[in-house]
Design a protein around this ligand. Structure first.
Ligand code: THU
Length: 128
């Protein structure tokens, strides 16, 4: 039986719009009240305007007023568990801090880590 957040990320992945890469990703961000904000990657014919699943989840949550986040699950169909890209690490740090990250794949493999392990020495608003 999988963690409910992993299940939410896997379900969100079903909505991915990835006609160019074929690489479908889902994310599910949980706030401290337990509410879950899901996202999937949405690609664009210009390629550069593509947005990752993680950022969709963060921006949905922010736009609905959520501010304090406990963890995010990221789901993809790859034997190597798929971590957030560099841009998403920066956005996650900015809005979620040292978040717990749960990576899952369709084979049911899982791994948890902290954002700080993926983004050491981050730049953020504390410098400004
Ligand atoms: N992608 C994500 O949505 N999240 C990740 O963590 C890695 C990459 C998407 C972006 C693009 O639509 C596709 O996967 C291939 O890079």
């Amino acid at each position: 039986m999988q963690d409910h957040l992993a299940q939410a990320a896997l379900a969100a992945r079903e909505n991915a719009h990835a006609p160019f890469s074929g690489f479908r990703v889902g994310a599910a961000l949980e706030d401290f009240s337990g509410r879950v904000y899901a996202g999937c990657n949405i690609e664009n014919a210009t390629y550069g305007l593509t947005i990752c699943a993680e950022r969709v989840a963060v921006f949905k949550a922010m736009s609905e007023g959520a501010r304090q986040f406990r963890r995010i699950a990221v789901a993809a169909d790859h034997a190597t568990l798929t971590p957030p890209c560099g841009a998403c690490r920066q956005i996650l740090w900015e809005f979620c801090g040292n978040l717990e990250i749960l990576l899952v794949n369709l084979q049911g493999h899982q791994e948890t880590m902290r954002l700080q392990d993926l983004l050491p020495r981050p730049f953020d608003a504390s410098f400004l």
